[in-house]
Design a binder for this molecule. Structure first.
Ligand code: URP
Ligand code: ZN
Length: 456
């Protein structure tokens, strides 16, 4: 099977160039220039930008949180992802206490069968002891080279000392560990205080976790990584204060990777006052315009490395568990389909970044750090034929009803997007045409190499 894309603007790592692109089987055979080769399918790319398939570094599909399971599993989640231009998701497999990492790996491999885009796993670890450490080589052998620890959530929280040890140990293997940075003790104290004062509605979720709560976590991570002489990766950075601390760590020579999410670029804390404010209950919470602008500017300067969604969807019925107590609301929101269109609209059209930076933020840097480059994340001969044809002039309104998320609410409901992924090629096959999924279940597991630590 050969697919020829004609007359498009090809987004390379350092430039945009008008030209053609040819795939054969599962690979790109030529990217750029005028190609007059026979092909089974010819796609007119005029007026569109061609990107390497987008990579979402942060999803939670089929995640059990207490007695609740996320609305999206891998079947619905990856359909939504690929329609939005994401050809690979990195989901967080979770090693619950008492479970091995291999158990979690097998459990998540089973959950992900039948996915419509490619998938890999970060391993979220709830314990750090000799048994878990002994499993690291097995993880690497199975293509899991990135990990995660939480400073919050009673079932997952680890100590700062364990974070320090994990960074040190994993750096030796050129693996990396992302950290959910918040101060759990302060959050708990503030939740108690707010509830005692009868302040139980969704807006108090944000009040319980103000900016400095994240900044404190980022600071502790930076110091742990400094002493451990390893890389620091902040997942879902949401505040200007956290950004400032990460910046200072870089200034003292540290290797720091920063992820942010669309919700911190376009949604605001005031939204908790809406009647369905519970749909915005996520951690970290929504912030202010000042935070949005700081993050957008940092995307423009290259200080933010990539944008992941933190897709973790719950129905309004599930969210209603917190109607009388915000702290009982399951945390998270739907968004895996909407990442590229939001980043394009807010950051590119808003003048903060150009199309080359959009490619870096949605694909290339993630491919590099997470051991997939140059198989993925770049348009070049020999790379996987995972490709997005993005229409920059396709105004539309985001509705949960038109999203493929298996969720009855969207934090982006009503958002006016300026462009969208029009066609998507996965493994050399057209799977999305004119915004519609035409071939489901084509995703494969991505066995990743060790991390390409480009800031080392
Ligand atoms: O609120 C969120 N983000 N829920 C998902 C778990 C996490 O904290 O990443
Ligand atoms: Zn998350």
């Amino acid at each position: 099977m050969r697919i020829l894309i004609k007359n498009a603007s090809l987004v390379f790592e350092d430039r945009v160039e008008k030209g053609d692109l040819l795939t054969e089987g599962q690979r790109i055979v030529q990217a750029g220039g005028n190609i007059d080769a026979p092909a089974d399918q010819v796609i007119d790319g005029s007026g569109c930008f061609v990107f390497p398939g987008f990579i979402d570094t942060h999803t939670h599909f089929d995640l059990e949180v207490g007695s609740t399971v996320t609305a999206d599993d891998f079947i619905s989640g990856t359909k939504a992802a690929v329609v939005g231009g994401t050809t690979t998701v990195l989901d967080f497999a979770t090693q619950e206490r008492g479970m091995t990492m291999m158990d979690a790996f097998h459990k998540w491999s089973k959950k992900a069968e039948g996915s419509s885009c490619h998938y890999g796993f970060h391993m979220a670890v709830s314990e750090w002891n000799a048994d878990r450490i002994a499993e690291i080589p097995k993880m690497i052998e199975n293509g899991v080279t990135s990990f995660k620890m939480y400073m919050v959530y009673d079932n997952m929280r680890v100590s700062d000392g364990q974070i320090y040890e994990a960074i040190q140990r994993l750096a030796k293997e050129d693996c990396i560990i992302g950290i959910h940075c918040e101060n759990d003790d302060i959050i708990k104290a503030r939740v108690r205080e707010l509830k005692a004062a009868g302040k139980t509605s969704s807006r108090y979720h944000a009040v319980s976790r103000p900016n400095v709560v994240e900044a404190d976590g980022v600071g502790r991570l930076m110091d742990a990584a400094y002493l451990a002489k390893g890389p620091a990766w902040v997942v879902h950075l949401s505040t200007r204060e956290g950004l400032a601390i990460a910046r200072r760590a870089r200034e003292r020579g540290q290797e720091v990777y920063l992820e942010s999410c669309p919700q911190y670029l376009v949604l605001e804390e005031s939204m908790y006052d809406e009647p369905d404010g519970a749909k915005y209950v996520m951690s970290p919470p929504l912030r202010s315009k000042l935070d949005q602008e700081a993050l957008l500017e940092a995307m423009g300067t290259g200080e933010i490395d990539w944008i992941g969604t933190d897709h973790c969807s719950f129905t309004m019925a599930q969210k209603s568990a917190g109607k009388d107590d915000f702290s009982k609301t399951p945390n998270g929101g739907a968004g895996v389909q909407n990442r590229a269109e939001i980043v394009y609209t807010r950051a590119v059209k808003g003048g903060f970044i150009d199309m080359v930076a959009m490619g870096q933020l949605l694909s290339t840097r993630a491919a590099k750090l997470f051991g997939m480059y140059p198989r993925k994340g770049v348009l070049q001969a020999g790379s996987d034929a995972d490709i997005v044809i993005f229409d920059p002039d396709a105004p539309h309104t985001i509705h949960m009803a038109t999203n493929l998320h298996a969720c009855d609410n969207s934090p982006y409901e009503g958002y006016e997007a300026a462009g969208m992924a029009r066609d998507v090629i996965l493994n050399g096959e057209l799977v999305v045409a004119k915004g519609k999924l035409i071939a489901a279940g084509r995703g494969e597991y991505v066995r990743r190499d060790r991390c390409g630590r480009y800031r080392k």
